[in-house]
Every structure is written in C-alpha cells, then in structure tokens.
Design a binder for this molecule. Sequence first.
Ligand SMILES: Nc1ncnc2c1ncn2[C@@H]1O[C@H](COP(=O)(O)OP(=O)(O)O)[C@@H](O)[C@H]1O
Ligand SMILES: [Mg+2]
Length: 274
Amino acid sequence: MPEAPVLTLRGVSKRFGAVQALADFDLEVHAGEVVALVGDNGAGKSTAVKAIAGVNPPDEGVIEWQGRPVSIHRPHDAQNLGIATVYQDLALCDNLDVVGNLFLGRELRRFGVLDEVRMEQRSRELLATLSIRIPSVRIPVASLSGGQRQTVAIARSLIGDPKVVILDEPTAALGVEQTAEVLDLVERLRGHGLGTILISHNMVDVMAVADRIAVLRLGRNNGVFDRRATTTEEIISAITGATESAVTRRQARIREEREVRGEGHGESYGEEGR
Ligand SMILES: Nc1ncnc2c1ncn2[C@@H]1O[C@H](COP(=O)(O)OP(=O)(O)O)[C@@H](O)[C@H]1O
Ligand SMILES: [Mg+2]
C-alpha cells in the first residue's frame, strides 16, 4: 500500500501499577483496510484501544494521524480526528428507537426543536448506504436482534464521518447468522475506505474479514501477519507464545517460495512489528 497509514502507533506503552499492560506497541492502519487485533485475555487489546480512543492515554509512545504526530488525551480528541469506537457493551438506549440511538447526543435541530424528519431521513440513508436491513427505524432497539443491534451501534459510530473505526469484539455475543451480518458490514466499511480495527477472539471471523492480523502477547507485538499468507495455526501459535517455531517455519517457507521464484534472499514481509 503506497499511501501513508491513516493511523500509526509507535512504541506505545502503558503501565498500571506493577502491570505493564502495553509495551513498545506498534500498529499501522491504512484506509480501506481491516486490521484484526488479537491476543489472549489480558494481552493488552483493550489497553491499546483505550490509548487510541483517548480513554486511557499511553505513558509513552507516538500516535500519528495521516503521518503527523497527534496527542489524544480525551475521547473528544480521538473523535475530532475521526476515530470512532464501538465498545462491547454497545451503550445503546433500549427504549429509544433506531433514529434516537443513531443521533443520541448529536440530535439535529431546526429552529431549536428536534428535526425528527431530517434525522429519520438521514438514518434511512445511512442504513441504506451500509445495506443494513432493519424492519423500521422507528422501533425501539430493544426489539432488534443482537446482530441488528450491533449494526446499529456501528452505524451510529459513522454519524460523525470517521476515518478509523474500532470494533471491540463485535461478534462475541452473536450466533452464526448474525455474525455473518456483522462481518458483511465490516467488509462494507472497507469498501467505503474506512480503516477498521477489529478486536476478536474468533479466528474464523478474523480470517474471514481481516487484511492483516496483529498479535498482542503480554502487552507486546508478537507478529503482524498478512491474512492471505498465513494460517489459523500460525496466528494461534503467536497468541499462545509458540511463536518461535511458527515464525521460523514461516520465514523458512517464504524463503523457499522466493528461491523457487528465483528472487533470492531477502527480508520476509508482512511482519513489520517484529
Ligand atoms: N485499569 C486497569 N488497572 C489495572 N490493571 C489493568 C487495567 N486495565 C488493564 N489492566 C491490566 O492490563 C493487562 C492488559 O489488559 P487488557 O488491555 O484489558 O487486555 P485484553 O483486552 O487483551 O484482555 C491485564 O493484565 C489487565 O489486568
Ligand atoms: Mg479486553
């Protein structure tokens, strides 16, 4: 990808008392790319997300936005740059309808009163753009399926027209059909040129939609893999720590392939971050 990444993290660290939650963490996200961030419980995924989202600023390190260093001290800073985060609990208001949720906290007004007509119209347009099928934008979100709720939460994050969207375990609570619905939406985000960071425990989901897979282990980078050039086993090895063998095997394989193609030796690719 020739363009500069829209979001870059370099050497980001965060400590909580005795726990080094994130250490020297690097990450790049390009426009139109889905980067999965995977790792065991406690690996530092949420800490990384909170650093990017301004919820818990890092102790050390640099965050660059479109190639320029930026400071993200509060959620507002991240939002202003164009970083949207969909947390696992979704924070939807069950009693409000879809329109009410999409525009929660940024209601459109006309002459000082809520402009329900325009909000409803924009809601329909947004959902249509994303091919999200909801029976009606005027029903309470409580009556929607888990998958539909997740798509509404993602749609809401797009209201401010962000360039990067962070999805924290968007399919964790969903069945197969609903998961497919959400993964379809993730692919559409890529189609719209957004950079997406997908936190997930589910390797099937990750292998289905990610372009690159960044592995965190004990707060550190443990490999960034090009999805088309890796296997689930390799990712799991990196997550669990059996990386030495997996990475060595992989490098050997890439070397072999290059030799077969007559390209000779060289650095392996798709593993920046190591
Ligand atoms: N607010 C906090 N206070 C103390 N320790 C924390 C806090 N947040 C996270 N941690 C610790 O930091 C490490 C990384 O946690 P986290 O980023 O939540 O991992 P993950 O999201 O990958 O499961 C864990 O050891 C966790 O217990
Ligand atoms: Mg977490």
